[in-house]
Design a binder for this molecule. Structure first.
Ligand code: URA
Length: 195
């Protein structure tokens, strides 16, 4: 059932030209993960060059770093998560998607959330956070907090975390460093999805 609904939605996205990003994309980047077993949805910012080339989210350097963190926290990307972005098409030069591009894509995103229906959502980075939580709070201030938000007609536990692109530039692993906090946040998420 979920599979069929998602396949129909993917077909719609394949023909989408609602915003300018449709003109320059190579592939739509629909999702990764297992819709049947996913316990949480992880939302990133937007596809980059590697994602545009392959049609899969988080496969470049940032994605590889994300995978390392997930593994350390004991979260299986392929079983526990359904991975998407705020937009399905790559913004040229990897710029941040505009509000209007995000708005165009929102209906697809919300449908995916409704179909997967997770009790936990992970906002990976400031762009994903801003899409659902309009109050202007820096990701560094709010990361790791469990927010109860109504999304797709249901209250869900939403946790903002750092984006792995930021962590590519932060190498320290001392207590309280961004990498240390990322691991702690993911371990907390692991407990939430198991609870
Ligand atoms: N960064 C993102 O936010 N999403 C991707 O899919 C890849 C990199």
């Amino acid at each position: 059932m979920k599979k069929k609904k998602l396949e129909e939605l993917r077909e719609t996205c394949l023909g989408c030209q609602k915003c300018e990003l449709g003109k320059t994309r190579t592939n739509i980047v629909f999702s990764d993960g297992n819709p049947k077993t996913a316990k949480a949805i992880l939302i990133g910012e937007a596809p980059g060059a590697n994602e545009d080339a392959t049609g899969t989210p988080f496969v470049g350097r940032a994605g590889k770093l994300l995978n390392e963190f997930l593994e350390k926290a004991g979260i299986s990307r392929s079983e526990d998560l359904y991975v998407i972005n705020t937009v399905k098409c790559r913004p040229p030069e990897n710029r941040v998607p505009t509000d209007s591009e995000k708005k165009s894509c929102e209906e697809y995103l919300l449908k995916q959330i409704e179909i997967i229906n997770p009790s936990v959502m992970i906002f990976c980075g400031a762009t994903a956070l801003k899409s659902f939580y309009p109050e202007k709070l820096a990701i560094s201030k709010i990361r790791g907090e469990v927010l109860e938000l109504e999304i797709g007609g249901k209250k869900r536990k939403c946790i903002p975390i750092f984006h792995p692109s930021y962590l590519l530039r932060q190498h320290s692993i001392v207590e309280g460093s961004p990498r240390d906090l990322m691991l702690k946040d993911l371990k907390k998420i692991k407990e939430l999805i198991e609870g």
